[in-house]
Design a protein around this ligand. Sequence first.
Ligand code: G6P
Length: 610
Amino acid sequence: MCGIVGYIGNKNCVPILLEGLKRLEYRGYDSAGIGIINETDCKVVKTKGKVADLEKLLYNENIYANLGIGHTRWATHGEPSIENAHPHMNNDKTLFIIHNGIIENYASLKKGLLNEGYKFVSETDTEVLAHLIDHYLKLKNNLFQAVRYALNEVEGTYGIAVIYKNEPDKIVVARKGSPLVIGVGKNENFVASDVNALITYTSQVVYLEDGEIAEVYKDHFHAKNIHDEEIIKEIHEVDLSVDEITKGGYPHYMLKEIMEQPESIYNSMRGRLVYEDGISKLGGLQGYEERIANSDRIIISACGTSWHAGLVGEYMLEQYAGIPVEVEYASEFRYRKPVINSNDTIIFISQSGETADTLASLREAKKKGALCLGICNVVGSSIARESDAGVYIHAGPEIGVASTKAFTSQLVVLSLITLLLARRKSLNLLEGQEIIKEMQSLPSKVERILKQNKYIKEIADKYADCRNFLYLGRGYHFPVALEGALKLKEISYIHAEGYPAAEMKHGPIALIDENMPVVFLAIKDSVYEKVLSNIQEVKARKGRILAIVNEEDNHIDKMVDHVIRVPKTIDMLQPILSVIPLQLLAYHIAVKKGLNVDQPRNLAKSVTVE
Ligand code: G6P
């Protein structure tokens, strides 16, 4: 997804912008560019390709400037090309703009601008903004006001940064539906779509809210709303080290993040378990516990991997807290007319806290008066800020596009919420303490699984040539089957489907022959015997079977081709362990195929457009 970075100060902006763009690469992009303004020149350099290609171009140009903006673009309007890459500019080539988001009424705006004589060189919606701001500059002769007037005409979403040759002392930034932060330095300031881009330079940040516009100078900034009213913005201290967002010796972020799970899982529950009372303590839900426990219904809204976490949450909450739960794709939830009552609680799960569909579904739900809770990883993200209450998962920055440690931490937080509510219902002290003990043993059990990394790689090598996969599981392991299949297709581009194992006989069984690998989640839980029958059905049709089984289970070995063992825990927590071999399997298959695991094609880490 697109990334924004900008600098104003006394240093050369070029290396700073490149460094920031590199930190945003993980979001996924297809072209990159920067625009600079100095005393003698204003210039844009763009490439269809990687930031490293842009760096080579800039090296040859030998540019020095104290003001500049940079962008990584992920195509929405118009194919990836140099013309469509950002920054875009006015016809005089004096105003540069970078933009994340989508201008929905760009066609009608473009028509008006064409009539005025503006010439377009790209197919993007962003170029419309460049000309529209230029149009108002001619009327107002003031960049901030021109941006404000232009944005008043825009429908859609944006995070923008604009610089202008005639006002070279500032960057104007604005936000609606696409994140934008200001990094506050000493005699220098930064702007970015993500704090990761700034962290090398400053830990002091200001989060713009929707509808806010700011003028950022080298030694101060000020913000207004779209109606030109002054706004006082608070400066926040972010607690991320550069080390936390680098690969730490691993070949890929994804592997680093898989390997971090003993720690990230521990961090998600640290200080939140009260063994004596057999309960969890969640500061972010304080004061809301009774209301949540007495909800008529809980709805979970999310996308992608977070949606899979929501499905596991449904099983947990219904089993232990006895509250009816529905899990919704945020993209569906926001556009259909869901029946939402004021006595419903809606949980929005999002690693980034910025996913456009999830954020929009939160805003819809808030209008209906339901209690809205966020489960997010990124502190200060939009969903975290706009929810009534919530719980951070504290997994640390997740950079790999395929979500891994955020998923297991989301499950930990859903277990904590389940425990909190269940103890207000029928769960007794001893049962609560049993769950806590099992939760506390998770990090060391995860370590035992990760020790099998080499063995899992050997298995992955044997399956890397397959073109299709089926993942089957029942009960708590149906969502895990979905997540295993998603991991594989995301990074290895192998077609994979997850199914509830019993559904196999209603269609997918037709696909099974000796070329079809089937990954079974065959865990010793309440549906174990049923899964064994499903394994027999696949075996009878000569399918290749890889089974995820419990450590002490030797029964399945002779029925299947390969087994990977995971420690046993209670059913509710078992997905946290059984998903890990599936993450490693997908990772090693993709690496064996020579693919770019951290930046899979066509995917973005944070999908901030529809
Ligand atoms: C993208 C990512 C997925 C992620 C999904 C939801 O598609 O590639 O890994 O699960 O967005 O993201 P969120 O940040 O809302 O959890």
